[in-house]
Design a protein around this ligand. Structure first.
Ligand SMILES: [Zn+2]
Length: 424
């Protein structure tokens, strides 16, 4: 019986896979759907902005359907005629972070957002869903796409040069990371190239990237800013830069982001990409990383090398921060009736679905943060910004502090799995 089921499952898998054949359904370029997301702590609305055709599809042509179920959002693309799911991807956004701020309780606010997918040959339906507090995806937006629609924006951008920092092979079978400068003037382009190479080497010094160098392409787009540096609102410093990055996001001094996602995406599209990294020309400590959205890091702080890979953990593998930050108890941030969706934190509601299989029988759960368990995998209290009720896999990890260059085994596995997904 078991053998029969396995064969049936294989046949079904082959059938679904055959139906998802890339060339049959997609052209080898990208479709971008831009929209405004707006609301407050209670409600969210989405408004269509534009469809845009972009020259490259940087992603895999084999792994089109998301198998990870990470992120606060999910975009799905269905063939209209057959209603078959052809593409899906989880992601998070700056808007959903804002929803949890005090400001969202008394102010309505809007953000420009954008999702990229392979360009469908036929009429398609695109659905965006947002997780509810119980962690289920609920549809918040739906739009039909007709490839013959002559309002699809086809603007070409060729103002800036591009550089292959490292080329390992065809972009469909590699993880492609594009580095975009912010706050580098025309005279600072050499500095940008040197900084980019320096960060690429920081990146490849960290496991599992060091073991997978041949699976990664690095690109750079020489986008020039009028002025050097970046905005530091809390100090009254404002610079005219191409991506309008700034510190003090949500009043957190070190949180470096940009709201100009349209410009970010326009510049990224110069090359094939899976991940966007914005390198900001400042020595001030800071960074930011949002899952399948973007990464930012300041170029010249002494800790920047470690920040670079930490932020990439967020943006690439949807890893949670494993540190405490401002919240005493878990129920202030999490629905404690369900597991948080991030792989590297748990509230022990369904620990079996997390890393319990990696825990030694002799290690108690929860695990005391003492010398005895310093090098063990367990469930250590204090993670995901809260002191009590959320647990992390080990005493220390790159997602917890800059004092280590190592991902814990749980985070390392998540990054390795994602690397494989993007490079086959
Ligand atoms: Zn970790």
């Amino acid at each position: 019986m078991k053998v029969f089921l396995t064969i049936s499952a294989l046949l079904l898998f082959n059938l679904i896979f055959a139906q998802n054949n890339f060339e049959e359904h997609f052209l080898d370029k990208s479709l971008r759907l831009d929209y405004i997301i707006a609301g407050n702590s209670e409600a969210t609305n989405v408004y269509f902005e534009q469809f845009k055709e972009e020259p490259f599809w940087g992603g895999s042509t084999k792994n089109l359907i998301d198998k990870f179920n990470f992120g606060d959002y999910k975009v799905e693309l269905f063939d209209v005629e057959t209603n078959i799911l052809l593409y899906s991807r989880g992601f998070s956004s700056i808007y959903i972070e804002w929803v949890f701020t005090e400001e969202a309780k008394y102010l309505d606010r809007s953000w420009y957002e954008s999702v990229t997918m392979p360009f469908p040959k036929n009429e398609s339906k695109i659905v965006i869903s947002q997780r509810n507090p119980q962690s289920q995806f609920m549809q918040i937006f739906k739009i039909n796409f007709d490839p013959k629609n002559y309002f699809i924006v086809k603007d070409k951008h060729s103002e800036f040069k591009t550089v292959k920092l490292q080329y390992s092979g065809n972009h469909h079978e590699k993880l492609d990371i594009v580095i975009i400068p912010d706050g580098y003037t025309k005279d600072e382009m050499d500095k940008f190239h040197n900084d980019s190479k320096r960060f690429m080497e920081y990146f490849f010094a960290v496991k599992p990237f060091s073991e997978n160098r041949d699976k990664v392409n690095f690109w750079a787009v020489d986008a020039i800013s009028e002025e050097s540096g970046t905005d530091i609102p809390g100090q009254g410093i404002w610079k005219n830069t191409i991506l309008n990055s700034h510190f003090y996001t949500f009043d957190s001094e070190r949180y470096l982001t940009t709201q100009d996602l349209k410009k970010v995406k326009d510049l990224a599209a110069y090359v094939p990409y899976d991940q966007i990294y914005i390198l900001v020309n400042t020595a001030k400590y800071g960074g930011g990383g949002i899952y399948n959205y973007y990464n930012l890091c300041s170029a010249d702080h002494e800790e920047s090398g470690r920040v670079f890979t930490h932020e990439f953990g967020h943006a690439f593998a949807a890893l949670a921060d494993e540190y405490e930050y401002g919240y005493e108890t878990a129920d202030q941030l999490y629905d404690m009736s369900v597991e948080p969706w991030q792989v590297n934190i748990t509230n022990l509601v369904d620990f079996d679905s997390k890393w319990k299989n990696l825990v030694d029988k002799k290690t108690p759960i929860p695990t005391a943060d003492t010398k005895e368990f310093e090098n063990k995998i367990g469930a250590f209290e204090g993670a995901g910004y809260v002191k009590k009720g959320i647990y992390r896999p080990t005493h220390n990890c790159k997602m917890r502090s800059n004092s280590t260059d190592d991902f814990c085994p749980v985070c390392k596995k998540a990054v390795t799995d994602m690397l494989k997904f993007y490079s086959e």
